[in-house]
Design a protein around this ligand. Structure first.
Ligand code: CS2
Length: 507
């Protein structure tokens, strides 16, 4: 039985100040916890209206039955847990569509909340694919079915960009100052990306309606970028059982690590909570933090996910306990990711990398590799490919870990894991990925076909013979000898490469 430190909620919000799109585990364990600190310190005007846009009605019903109250269990390790009661969510809404079931839809309430003058910020955790962007270019995908639907019925929007545009349209019509839009998803320049998507959609709607909303948005609305960090595994039966063992019977509870970070660009014309009093870093430019976290943490996560699943591991902590996997991640961070970064002032990359390895090895969290492996098409560019391009532009490029990762991802997308189990890869581009597998007649044509998916791979990278060659070689080795042997070979080769770099530096 772990030692439990318990913090009960002592305050409740006075009104809704923030509408949050994407009521998932991450939101409950991150933004809501920071707001709870603000609330306990007397900042009561920042209550959350949190909206589930997907088909998870049960979560919303569960939260409502508890008046929005739920628990966050922060696991330092197996022996130490901090349990926090959260009351920052004053309203939970649902606008998703259940699988065939008829469920009440709160869209009209949500639109009222978006229009209300007391709502001064809209935050988002809708995952990369929720923005309906092409991952490589960051442009809005007008062929996305939700966007196409929103163009038909813009006043009944379903997509995140559609909701933001309609909320802002209503505010302008009512003479209410706009809310600031704060993306909390793992995308590069997330604020700028959302801004571009919202303006692009508004422009298209302006053409339909003869309006000039896009110009107003461009002039009046703030879209600060932010970097968010906390490891929050998806809740499963096992996690609920463990919490029940601590006396927590709460369908909306979440489990996470103790570590938490939030860096935000300080651009909130209508005001904001005093997050800075509770550890949030308010900065002028979030880019160095964001790039570092995406390439170091998320890049390592994706490597662990694809190489790990193909080597037969199930969770992050299990994978990093393997010496070859740990060497892969260590080498990737030091030799491939870190040299491509402009680091935030005062950050030591070696210490950051070591800390990440410690966080990954927290075995009180059951963080499944398959969870991280989801939606690879949306994640690869910012996690691996931007860094690989920087490497290839330099003198002595190191890209072997990324190449091994891409090869493992290609194998992974065929839908059979390292234990021989079949699974359906979860990815918005799954149809394209499966078609490329089916149509390829050789390993070389498979690599060409996969790297030829321009939504993921920039043409310059796909056309780079060094990158193509390294991916093909790694895939060939995986297919011939298996993932574990390919990994071992990689680790030995890279150790030699690092030695010769060191010798080169000394002489
Ligand atoms: C993970 C992230 O699932 C994933 O893709 O890499 O959710 C990761 O756990 C968080 O970004 C940590 O801050």
């Amino acid at each position: 039985m772990p030692e439990v430190e318990h913090f009960e909620a002592e305050a409740a919000p006075e009104r809704i100040g923030i509408v949050h799109l994407g009521l998932g585990a991450f939101h409950r364990a991150h933004q809501a916890v920071y707001l709870q600190h603000c609330l306990e310190a007397g900042q009561r005007e920042w209550g959350l209206c949190s909206v589930n846009l997907r088909a998870n009605h049960a979560l919303v019903t569960g939260l409502r039955a508890q008046q929005g109250r739920y628990h966050v269990a922060e696991y330092r390790d197996r022996e130490h847990v901090t349990l926090r009661e959260i009351t920052a969510i004053c309203e939970a809404l649902f606008t998703g569509r259940g699988a065939g079931e008829v469920v009440p839809d709160d869209l009209s309430v949500l639109l009222e909340r978006l229009e209300a003058p007391s709502t001064r910020i809209v935050t988002l955790t809708v995952t990369e694919k929720g923005y309906c962007l092409s991952p490589a270019s960051g442009r809005l995908r007008f062929d996305d079915p939700t966007i196409a639907e929103d163009l038909e019925t813009p006043e009944q929007p379903r997509s995140a960009p559609g909701l933001l545009v309609e909320g802002l349209r209503r505010r302008r019509a009512a003479g209410v100052v706009p809310f600031a839009v704060l993306s909390c998803d793992n995308m590069p320049s997330n604020g700028r990306r959302v801004r571009a998507a919202v303006i692009e959609l508004a422009q298209r709607l302006d053409e339909q309606r003869g309006d000039d909303l896009a110009d107003w948005i461009a002039r009046e609305v703030a879209f600060p970028s932010s970097m968010v960090d906390r490891i929050v595994p998806a809740m499963d039966e096992r996690a609920h059982r463990e919490l029940a063992g601590l006396g927590v019977d709460d369908p909306a509870a979440v489990t996470c690590e103790v570590y938490s970070q939030w860096v935000i660009e300080d651009d909130f014309p209508a005001g904001r909570p005093d997050w800075a009093a509770f550890g949030v870093e308010m900065v002028a430019d979030v880019t160095p933090f964001e790039t570092m976290k995406l390439r170091m943490l998320n890049g390592s996560h994706s490597l662990l996910a694809y190489v790990g699943v193909m080597a037969g591991f199930e969770t992050v902590s299990e994978a990093v306990a393997d010496p070859a996997m740990a060497a892969l991640i260590h080498g990737y961070m030091h030799d491939e990711a870190a040299p491509t970064l402009t680091l935030p002032v005062g950050v030591d990359p070696a210490a950051y990398a070591e800390r990440l390895l410690v966080r990954f090895s927290n075995d009180s969290l059951h963080h499944r590799l398959q969870q991280i492996a989801m939606d690879g098409s949306q994640k690869l560019p910012q996690r691996w490919l931007h860094g690989a391009r920087c490497q290839l532009a330099g003198e002595r490029p190191r890209i072997a870990a990324v190449a091994l990762g891409v090869a493992a991802w290609i194998r992974y997308t065929a839908g059979r894991d390292g234990r021989g189990e079949l699974f359906e890869p979860s990815d918005p581009l799954v149809v394209t990925l499966q078609a490329r597998h089916r149509q390829s007649t050789s390993l070389a044509s498979l690599v060409t076909a996969m790297l030829g998916i321009t939504e993921i791979f920039p043409v310059e990278l796909a056309d780079d013979a060094r990158f193509y060659g390294a991916v093909l070689e790694a895939l060939d080795r995986i297919d011939r000898y298996g993932m574990a042997a390919a990994l071992q070979y990689h680790v030995e080769q890279e150790a030699d490469a690092s030695k010769s770099v060191e010798q080169g530096n000394r002489s």
